[in-house]
Write a protein that binds this ligand. Structure first.
Ligand code: ATP
Ligand code: MG
Length: 436
């Protein structure tokens, strides 16, 4: 019996995991400077939370969730499960905004002063067709601002933070796309107009888009189907149908992005097909990812808190970065040399040297050096060969002579030079070597 990770799910191994850590740490650092704090959320929630928030008519809820009954899964109980009919289904989260909002309401965060700024990171689950940049367990880093204000300055600052993060991780060639999709007042008028126009060209559309004329015409704009592109380009655009308030909000978001020196491209087809999404929507693409090139999606969702039973006055905006794709793009651009590595391979020979080496290893590690200490004594050649293969920067050699003289032999493995140093000199030597 050989076990394998299941389809669409993968292991992230060293040294790639170091890049993941670097990316996640950059998010913590950058988001922290904007006053965001981390929220840690459960990985599964009541199915109903996602049905309500994401919507029953989306691909995600319709056919991509991992949903199971909330019953004990001892083998005996499992047998019974097949006959149990329970409403208590749980779902592995396909995204985290719904959970953040659920937590916001559950913990009464609306009583906190000012806007609540939270970020999260962790795995999401969608049963999609696996391909490059698309997995069934994938990771997101996201942030949300919840509160009574929907000032355009919030939208602009959230986007500024995002771009600052992409800068920090040295993502090259990121493009920001921006749109406004109106509000409860102006969008329905536009949607009806769109529906009318789509009806006229119904016969030229594929089955998915045909169905969406009735269920959700906005989502037709999302279509990637080659044969529909020319038709979609001729459809009426939301920008010409925004109400005065939405127009003003959108104009101010753009003005405030300008103040922050952030460049963007407007894309009228960038929609979120759900009612509670309002006004600002945005997406960021990155190179090197083929057709899965979106590394981040976000937008304003002013109706969501109310929809999930919270105060109607709470508004929200947020984004989710696809960490898998971000890491892929960084790898493709070669901007991901893994720093660190082994500073020291501490070869010891003889019982007395082993005792001394154990002590020295501890002091080196306390000082932050990465140390490999062989667990068993080896022949000199074999030990130094291993130091080479592990790509250690230095081999420290401790034999009886060194112990007696109170020094260690330090061999710089790249050029083979070696010298004998006492401990204080050793530490300053290693520090200098590390810094450059
Ligand atoms: P896409 O159009 O690529 O399917 P989406 O609209 O489903 O993306 P969102 O739900 O907005 O994406 O999620 C935000 C980000 O999460 C995406 O921009 C993407 O980077 C990432 N993402 C979404 N689904 C997956 C997946 N199955 N595998 C890897 N990353 C994903
Ligand atoms: Mg998707």
């Amino acid at each position: 019996m050989k076990f394998q990770a299941i389809k669409g799910v993968r292991d992230i191994l060293p040294p790639e995991s170091a890049l993941w850590n670097r990316v996640e740490q950059a998010a913590r650092d950058v988001f922290g400077t904007f006053g965001f704090a981390e929220i840690r959320l459960p990985i599964f929630e009541q199915t109903e939370l996602f049905v309500r928030s994401i919507g029953a008519d989306t691909d995600i809820v319709h056919k991509e969730t991992y949903t199971f009954q909330d019953v004990p899964t001892e083998i005996d109980a499992l047998k019974k499960v097949m006959r149990v009919s329970s409403q208590d289904f749980l779902t592995l989260r396909p995204e985290a905004t719904a959970s953040v909002v659920r937590a916001y309401i559950e913990h009464g965060m609306q009583t906190l002063p000012s806007n609540v700024k939270l970020y999260y990171m962790g795995p999401m689950f969608r049963r999609e067709r696996p391909q490059k940049g698309r997995y069934r367990q994938f990771y997101q880093i996201g942030a949300e601002v919840l509160g009574t204000s929907d000032a355009p300055g919030i939208d602009a600052e959230v986007i500024e933070m995002l771009m600052a993060f992409f800068d920090r991780v040295k993502l090259k060639g990121a493009t920001l796309y921006l749109n406004s999709i109106g509000c409860k007042q102006c969008r329905p008028v536009y949607v009806e107009k769109l529906r009318g126009e789509l009806q006229k060209v119904r016969e030229q559309l594929g089955p998915d888009s045909q169905r969406r004329i009735e269920t959700n015409p906005l989502r037709v704009l999302d279509s990637k189907l080659e044969s529909e592109q020319a038709i979609i380009e001729k459809l009426p655009r939301i920008a010409e149908h925004l109400c005065a308030e939405c127009r003003a909000h959108y104009d101010d978001v753009k003005r405030q992005l300008g103040l922050r020196g952030i460049t963007y491209q407007e894309n009228w087809r960038l929609v979120r097909g759900l009612d509670y999404y309002m006004r600002t929507t945005f997406e960021i693409t990155a190179p090197g990812l083929g057709s899965q090139n979106a590394v981040c999606g976000g937008g304003r969702y002013d109706g969501l808190v109310e929809l999930l039973g919270g105060p109607a006055t709470t508004k929200g905006i947020g984004f989710a970065i696809g960490t898998d794709r971000l890491v892929l793009s960084l790898q493709e651009s070669g901007a991901c040399e893994t720093p660190g590595g082994l500073d020291v391979y501490l070869a010891w020979f003889g019982v007395a040297a082993q005792a001394a080496a154990i002590g020295l290893a501890r002091r080196l590690r306390d000082a932050g050096f990465v140390v490999e200490l062989p667990a068993v004594e080896m022949k000199f050649g074999k030990s130094l060969g291993l130091a080479d293969r592990l790509k250690a920067r230095h081999a420290l050699i401790m034999g009886e002579d060194e112990v007696a003289a109170g020094v260690v032999t330090v061999k710089h493995l790249a050029d083979g030079t070696q010298q004998k140093l006492a401990e204080p000199e050793l530490f300053s030597y290693l520090r200098a070597a590390r810094n450059g």
